[in-house]
Unconditional design. Structure first.
Length: 512
């Protein structure tokens, strides 16, 4: 049993973390986190809907006709820093000496293909003119100029983009100005996430970047509101300190810093279920900060969002009706069968075989539990080899089957059968969710009640040359939503445009 010192107790109190939570986390390290058991990949016709053009038009029409008092929110995880995005450029600054070799010789020596792509596409980056102007006249030749360009882009004395939150970097070049993902999210909202001329957005950010976001909004507000004719309500929150997780050494003993204090690390994006849980809205869109489109694609994107929301609202209305029947009357066998069929066919709920032998009261109890849950409708794109999660049917330790978004790190790749299921998956999760978080009475669910705490991740890290184990909480759209009712819908590939590296900005989907 872990022994806490008085100073440990003070540290826990300051962070808002209970002793019980710390002990649970140590127990998780000791027991390990089991791999997810894939039953099969979700595919079109078995876990993923694919609608005809006619059905899509009807869903868009349904969404557009919905009551104007619908409270809509766009929730954007935006705390990611841009440092990883510029990894190639940081490496280049460390490894290249323009006084001793040409850039071509450097590229040949190092085999740095990514840096070649960057150099060849230089004029197409949205920050090109700004950087070029800043270094004008400072370089003696093109080799030095490329080095100074990257240095100006990243250094503290320059534009310091490596420190920026990804959401405030220039992404799209409109000739007169360069738009950030933050600005593009506002413009997108006007197309599908506004009610009566008002759009509400919530960004989860790092506390150190708050003033930068506020300043950016002030600088673009007039331009965006004039272009969209929309009023924006924007608020922010930070990942809570109480969601940080304890690090342990390789013997599962608490890892201590050089001053003797316990080491806590951020719990990953799964911690944001706490932030999402604080939001009050009828419909909540969830989309990552770096996934934005240029104007030529925004209408198709908006239609895709409306289709997902049309699905949510249609299913939700029926679920609410059945939930009320289960609560206020005594449904007979025929009604029970109808509700079960709805849960299976529209909400992908699976029942154990023993359900058929239950009494009516037992069946009603199970149906109430199954239908009174938050609902998520998730867009899925065809798998183009992107790393990350995908849609699968999984079977838990109790033998229950459910539809989940699963990350590759959750799968036992040494198990040939499991690896084969992953390999044959047809679709990929682009983090494109529409959520219904209220019950039929209009009361918000406590989303923390629908988290599978056993779907986290244990990773190995180092600090000050010492090995440690870190715990990531169940991902926001993985284990943090494991017990939601889930619907997957195929969406167009153009709705998925993440910028993981700086060179992604050169893709046609990010060229205005």
């Amino acid at each position: 049993m872990m022994q806490l010192t008085d100073s440990d107790a003070i540290q826990l109190e300051k962070k808002g973390i209970s002793k019980e939570k710390v002990r649970d986390q140590i127990e998780t390290f000791e027991e390990g986190i089991p791999f997810v058991n894939l039953e099969k990949a979700a595919v079109v016709g078995d876990g993923i809907y694919k609608f005809s053009e006619k059905d899509e038009s009807l869903l868009i029409k349904y969404y557009n006709s919905f009551p104007k008092e619908l409270a809509i929110l766009k929730f954007v995880p935006a705390s990611g820093a841009a440092s990883r995005m510029f990894k190639v450029l940081f490496n280049f600054l460390d490894a290249y000496n323009f006084k001793k070799e040409t850039f071509q010789d450097y590229a040949k020596r190092t085999g740095d293909k990514d840096m070649l792509v960057f150099a060849n596409g230089l004029t197409k980056f949205p920050f090109y003119e700004k950087v070029k102007h800043a270094i004008k006249g400072k370089a003696n030749d093109e080799n030095e100029e490329l080095y100074l360009f990257v240095q100006q882009l990243l250094s503290e004395e320059g534009f310091n983009y490596g420190f920026f939150p990804k959401g405030l970097l220039p992404f799209h070049d409109y000739a007169d100005f360069a738009a950030t993902p933050f600005e593009e999210h506002l413009k997108e909202s006007a197309m599908y996430a506004q009610t009566n001329g008002n759009a509400k957005l919530h960004f989860t950010i790092s506390e150190q970047h708050k003033e930068m976001f506020l300043s950016e909004y002030e600088s673009i507000k007039d331009r965006v509101t004039t272009a969209t004719k929309i009023s924006y309500v924007i608020d922010y929150s930070y990942q809570k300190s109480a969601t940080d997780t304890l690090a342990v050494d390789m013997d599962n003993k608490p890892f201590r810093n050089s001053d003797g204090s316990l080491l806590f690390r951020p719990g990953g994006h799964g911690a944001l279920i706490e932030n999402l849980n604080e939001q009050q809205a009828d419909v909540i869109f969830v989309k990552n900060i770096d996934n934005v489109v240029v104007p030529k694609n925004v209408e198709e994107l908006a239609n895709s969002k409306k289709i997902l929301t049309g699905v949510l609202l249609q299913v939700q209305q029926k679920a609410f009706k059945y939930a009320e029947v289960l609560e206020s009357s005594s449904p007979n066998d025929e009604e029970i069968l109808k509700i079960r069929k709805f849960l299976e066919e529209r909400l992908n709920v699976r029942f154990i075989d023993a359900f058929n032998s239950y009494t009516i009261d037992e069946k009603i109890r199970v149906l109430k539990d199954k239908i009174n849950r938050p609902i998520r409708v998730c867009g899925m794109v065809k798998n183009e080899g992107e790393p990350g999660g995908g849609p699968f049917w999984i079977r838990d330790t109790s033998g229950r089957t459910s539809l989940q978004i699963v990350e590759s790190a959750q799968i036992d790749m040494k198990n040939e059968e499991q690896a084969s299921i992953l390999k044959n998956a047809t679709h990929f999760n682009p983090v494109d969710l529409v959520c219904g978080v209220k019950n039929y009475k209009g009361e918000k669910y406590n989303l923390l009640n629908y988290v599978d705490s056993k779907q986290g991740f244990i990773t190995e890290k180092t600090k000050e040359g010492r090995e440690l184990k870190a715990l990531e909480l169940p991902g926001l759209w993985n284990g943090a939503m494991a017990y939601w009712n889930t619907i997957f819908v195929e969406v167009p590939l153009l709705t998925f445009n993440p910028v993981k590296t700086v060179n992604d900005l050169l893709k046609p989907s990010h060229q205005v």
